[in-house]
Ligand binder design. Structure first.
Ligand code: MSP
Length: 658
């Protein structure tokens, strides 16, 4: 009997463009949703964006647009969230934006319901707040005085606020975590219980008054709902809970699984169940906390400038190869180190070498030896050899093994099982040496046809099970091996022999071309450098000094107009220019200045500049420097820029600047 399956990704903050780390969870969710659909389940796959909060308000202000315009651009605009999911072939059924009207109304009702039942009350918030994470912390939760999630500075906060009686649900939540399979992997349970519940679960501050970009508490103007209460509720409002926009709450809730990154497990496994308990609604069946994709051992983040752009990778290597890599390489529950080398090697070894070669060799041989179609009878053989038996047993038993791994969200293991069969099939080619059999078709034709059939059949079964991971490429693979629709189904994956005996494969385009590792890595590094530069602020200025200088001290600095009589490079120095200057005294003044990177000496001769002339003399490269030329400095895209102060030629040499 087919069932229903409701799966969600976290809803993403549209504060910056998404990177490959964000893509990871969505690709995993998509593979899971496609797998369940393949099995015949009715699936609801929800994703979306979490659009409120101070961070977004601040970013919008910086960008000079309204918060709504800001999020609209990142969600709906070019190369935005929706575009990215289209590119990555993400088959979501519903996309929720927390700025959608129906969600806003539902949140107000949810907040009111918890208020009316006494679980939300008014008090004063005093504590620490991490702005980037939009999280409140108690003193005891801080690590070295900093945010325990991101390690950044926290600020003191005190304001009138509403609180949710999280403490009331501490025992029930602890029981849920410790005595059920609600939270996986199991290792995350200890972390939650020991770090958050046992030290004492405090009531949670669930409204703010210090900014406005949030859902207003409708019965107390000035308060906006805490962004996590707003965000977590998306999983039910998107189904129509407390709103009329949708009507599948009864059908799909409780969710089968929420996939979430490990740093937001706390919200999903403690706050979310407590909120649902307060609302009197059923709890989701499972929360799965996956690991992070790391870059050089650290979490990717825009502010650290170490993000990997999924567009660049998908455009270069193909969407399916990228999807496959993410789930084949890293165990879903643990962290994994992303690298371009690992990506390319996975493509070359698994996809180009093992799978791609199996398909191209087999289809080419059927074309060459049988003119494109296998003869009747190719599906059976009276005296199966050991390799025949082994291949058929492995491929025939593959679906069950794969299913067990997929049900446990062990994508890497599920794919490992499939690739064992693909590798076995490649070995089977060598064991049977079709090219030798083909030398005497009268004697060996029937055997050769059977070998070909077995190869196509093993490939087909693997193709069905790889479809959730690489939907586009597997459709092409089926066309190439000549698998009819009925041989692409979940049922057919457990049936050896579903491929018609007189199958007509078509050798087609190379599904996964081999990649030149060195060249591709170089190109990617260059592209990443470009992207890093493009992401830098266009102009960066030195912050103004917060300290006063007293007037008398300032007046002691003697700035004068100076005219350049001669200018040349200082020998053996890449930086220094040597200036001979008329400073109005009648005696030449020599100043050395480290500006060779920005100026050709000849171009400065005759110019009127500004120098401070009462600095103590200094020796550089054995030469005296008597003063300093004044320049304006700033950074453009991270690069230092310098402009000498060149003033009007009408100013006589020696004129005092004051
Ligand atoms: N808006 C919240 C989620 C609310 S759900 C009710 C949020 N958004 S987020 O955009 O910051 O992150 C979304 C998801 O992306 C999180 O699950 C997070 O763990 C995941 N990832 C972000 N960077 C990641 C990696 N480098 N690796 C893997 N996943 C990571 O949190």
């Amino acid at each position: 009997m087919n069932g229903r399956f409701y799966i969600t990704t976290p809803i993403y903050y549209p504060s910056d463009k998404l990177h490959i780390g964000h893509t990871y969870c969505t690709v995993a969710t998509d593979a899971m949703a496609r797998y369940k659909r393949l099995k015949g389940d009715e699936v609801m796959f929800l994703t979306g964006t979490d659009e409120h909060g101070q961070k977004i308000e601040d970013k919008a202000r910086e960008a000079g647009v309204t918060p709504k315009q800001f999020v609209d651009n990142i969600v709906e605009g070019p190369r935005g969230v929706k575009d990215l999911w289209k590119l990555m072939d993400i088959s979501y059924d519903r996309f929720i934006r927390t700025t959608d009207d129906y969600h806003v109304t539902a949140i107000q009702r949810i907040f009111k319901k918890m208020h009316d039942n006494g679980d939300i009350y008014k008090g004063t918030y005093k504590g620490k707040y991490c702005k980037p994470c939009e999280s409140f912390w108690t003193e005891s939760q801080l690590v070295d005085g900093k945010c325990p999630d991101c390690g950044r500075e926290v600020t003191d906060a005190e304001e009138e606020a509403y609180f949710f009686r999280l403490s009331k649900y501490a025992d029930k939540v602890q029981d849920l975590l410790e005595n059920t399979d609600f939270l996986e992997p199991r290792s995350r349970v200890n972390e939650m219980v020991n770090n958050f519940i046992k030290p004492g679960l405090e009531d949670l501050c669930v409204s703010r008054t210090s900014f406005t970009w949030g859902i207003p508490v409708d019965f107390d103007p000035g308060h906006v709902v805490y962004v996590w209460v707003d965000a977590l509720s998306n999983y039910i409002t998107a189904l129509g809970y407390m709103n009329d926009a949708h009507d599948d709450y009864e059908k799909f809730w409780p969710a089968d699984v929420h996939f979430v990154g490990k740093e937001i497990v706390r919200f999903h496994s403690i706050i979310w169940p407590a909120m649902l308990m307060s609302l009197g609604e059923p709890l989701p069946k499972k929360v799965y906390g996956h690991g992070w994709l790391l870059l050089d051992g650290g979490k990717m983040s825009k502010s650290k400038g170490n993000v990997v752009d999924p567009y660049i990778l998908a455009e270069k290597f193909g969407v399916d190869a990228l999807r496959f890599f993410l789930l084949r390489t890293f165990p879903f529950g643990s962290d994994g180190n992303f690298s371009n080398e690992a990506l390319i090697q996975t493509i070359n070894v698994d996809l180009a070498n093992d799978l791609g070669n199996l398909v191209s060799r087999t289809t080419a041989m059927v074309g060459k030896y049988f003119g494109g179609a296998l003869p009747a009878g190719s599906g059976t053989w009276d005296a199966p050899t050991e390799p025949d038996k082994e291949l058929i047993a492995m491929a025939g038993g593959l679906r069950d093994k794969y299913e067990a791994e997929m049900e446990a969200f062990q994508f890497q293991n599920a794919l490992e099982e499939v690739f064992k069969v693909i590798q076995r099939a490649n070995k089977y080619i060598d064991e049977n040496a079709p090219w030798a059999l083909a030398k005497d078709m009268d004697a060996n034709g029937a055997r050769l046809a059977h070998v070909m059939y077995n190869l196509l059949e093993a490939t087909r079964i693997c193709g069905v099970l790889l479809t959730p991971f690489m939907p586009g490429s597997m459709a092409k693979l089926f066309d190439q091996i000549g698998a009819p629709e009925a041989a692409r189904t979940w049922d057919s994956a457990a049936k050896w022999g579903a491929l018609p005996e007189t199958v007509k494969p078509q050798k087609g385009e190379n599904l996964f071309p081999r990649i030149d590792l060195d060249a591709a890595v170089k190109e990617l590094e260059a592209a990443a450098e470009e992207a890093r530069k493009a992401a830098l602020p266009p102009i960066e200025l030195e912050p103004q000094s917060p300290d006063y200088v007293d007037f008398d001290t300032f007046c002691k600095s003697d700035f004068r107009a100076v005219k350049v009589k001669a200018c040349e490079h200082v020998k053996k120095s890449e930086k220094l220019l040597r200036f001979t200057l008329d400073d109005g005294t009648g005696t030449d003044r020599q100043i050395l200045s480290g500006i060779a990177k920005w100026y050709e000496p000849e171009a400065l001769v005759g110019k009127t500049l500004v120098a401070i002339v009462n600095l103590p003399p200094r020796k550089m490269m054995g030469l005296d420097s008597n003063g300093m030329l004044i320049s304006a400095v700033h950074k453009e895209k991270g690069e230092e820029k310098l402009n000498l102060l060149i003033v009007s030629d009408e100013i006589p040499a020696g004129a005092k600047m004051c």
